[in-house]
Design a binder for this molecule. Structure first.
Ligand code: NAP
Length: 319
């Protein structure tokens, strides 16, 4: 790596959106670097099974991540495992500062930063994280073999992860604050047919309790009667949505009230040559295939942008 090296394109983030952008950028012959601080795959790397990525009836999130990463590597894209600390837009080129003090420059930048599991912000959630509180069934489900666990949420993630946990645990309480799930019909049907899963409708968790061995119960509240009760459980898995990772998004970029970045149909922000793709971008649905689609669009648009930028600089050269 070279300090102050100028690339055609810098991609920040190695999930499905960033890796697909890398594939298309390399095919468009852009001098491209992809920066990812952790493992490739982003959130899907932690997913037990993916059943709606076209071409794969079922594949583990880890394997799909590997396939996307290997595909991008097959084109020879440069990959750096570092943390990005700032993205600084410029008129001629944009800069990306790394935590090791190096700065990389490029005509175009694609931010594929994803997001994080949303927190419930209830007593015990932070204190007992790792001691029975978890945001990843694939990572931690193993510790709850033949035990009773509780899942919070009613979206696709909560439904999928409840089904996964039902294969391991003795009993799964699925606590949802309303009387209807948000998740897809097919997952709803599977959850309701799984005898190990007991759905507690119109219910919220107000506190997580523990003893010296870890989580041992929760306090539940009925959202209609406001009645409270204790329930014994050894694990609490929280899947209540998603917070976009917008901390590196520079000023001047439009964001909606939930913190998602607003782009045009090319995934380009208000700042020319700065693109945002995947779960960080405002959109109708958040799916792996859509993240991959974003990556494709942004890379094609970035290739056009870089070509125009280079052409304009050549024209501006003195005789
Ligand atoms: P989501 O769809 O936003 O669902 C979040 C769930 O948590 C909702 O049921 C919501 O209840 C509940 N919730 C939110 N805040 C809560 C709180 N404070 N207390 C109690 N419950 C709360 O989030 P997600 O399930 O993580 O999915 C995120 C996106 O990824 C979605 O677009 C989803 O379709 C997609 N996804 C797709 C797949 C797949 O296709 N295989 C798998 C996973 C995720 P309400 O319903 O009452 O709002």
């Amino acid at each position: 790596m070279t300090t102050n090296k100028r690339y055609d394109l810098i991609i920040v983030g190695g999930g499905p959106a960033g890796l697909t952008a890398a594939i298309y950028a390399m095919r468009a012959a852009l001098d491209t670097v992809l920066i990812e601080k952790g493992v490739h795959g982003g959130q899907i790397a932690m997913s037990d099974s993916v059943e709606n990525y076209p071409g794969f009836e079922t594949i583990s999130g880890f394997e799909l991540s590997q396939k996307l990463s290997d595909h991008a590597k097959s084109y020879g894209v440069e990959m750096i495992q570092k943390e990005v600390v700032a993205v600084e837009p410029g008129l001629e080129f944009h800069s990306v500062r790394l935590d090791d003090g190096n700065t990389l420059n490029a005509y175009a930048v694609i931010l594929a930063l994803g997001g994080y599991p949303r927190r419930l912000n209830i007593p015990g959630e932070n204190t007992f994280y790792g001691k029975g509180v978890s945001y990843c069934a694939t990572c931690d489900g193993f510790f709850f073999r033949n035990k009773t666990v509780l899942v919070v949420g009613g979206g696709d993630t909560a439904l999928e992860e409840s089904l996964y946990l039902a294969k391991i645990a003795k009993h799964v309480y699925l606590v949802h604050r309303r009387d209807a799930f948000r998740g897809s019909r097919i997952l709803q049907q599977r959850v309701l047919a799984e005898c190990k899963i007991e759905v507690l409708w119109n219910t919220v968790v107000t506190e997580i309790k523990a003893d010296e061995n870890g989580v041992n119960g929760v306090i539940l509240e009925d959202t209609q009667t406001k009645e409270k009760r204790n329930l014994a459980t050894e694990g609490v898995f929280i899947f209540v949505g998603f917070t976009p990772n917008n901390t590196l998004v520079p000023g001047g970029v439009d964001m909606n009230t939930q913190g998602y970045v607003v782009t045009d149909e090319k995934c380009e922000t208000r700042i020319p040559g700065l693109f945002v793709v995947g779960d960080l971008r405002q959109k109708y649905a958040r799916q792996i295939v859509i993240a991959a689609g974003d990556g494709c669009i942004a890379a094609l648009a970035a290739a056009h942008y870089v070509e125009m930028k280079k052409a304009s600089q050549e024209c501006a050269l003195p005789e």
